[in-house]
Design a protein around this ligand. Sequence first.
Ligand SMILES: [Zn+2]
Length: 108
Amino acid sequence: MAKRTKKVGSAGRFQARYGVRARTRVRNVEIVQKAKHICPSCGHQKIKRVSTSIWQCGKCGIKFAGGAYQPRTESGQNVEKMLRGGIEKPEITPEPQEEIKEEEGKKK
Ligand SMILES: [Zn+2]
């Protein structure tokens, strides 16, 4: 297919409206959103976006939830790591109670 737009891509449908920045952001999201991604199950580049955060493989038919505009997000991967036990949960350090007591004593 002949290339219609030189640089605006899918945001060309907005013509001159909404400002350069907003259109660029839309374009950058839509490039990832509309691209075919690699399947985590069969390895083929056949993952397509079905709906918001729903992705399906055209090869093996696997359907999974991911990011709204991309199959895997950074924050989603962090959660996966945490669930696998790769990253330890940030421990809550116990408050030094003795020091607080001393300060309270000084105030009195
Ligand atoms: Zn697949």
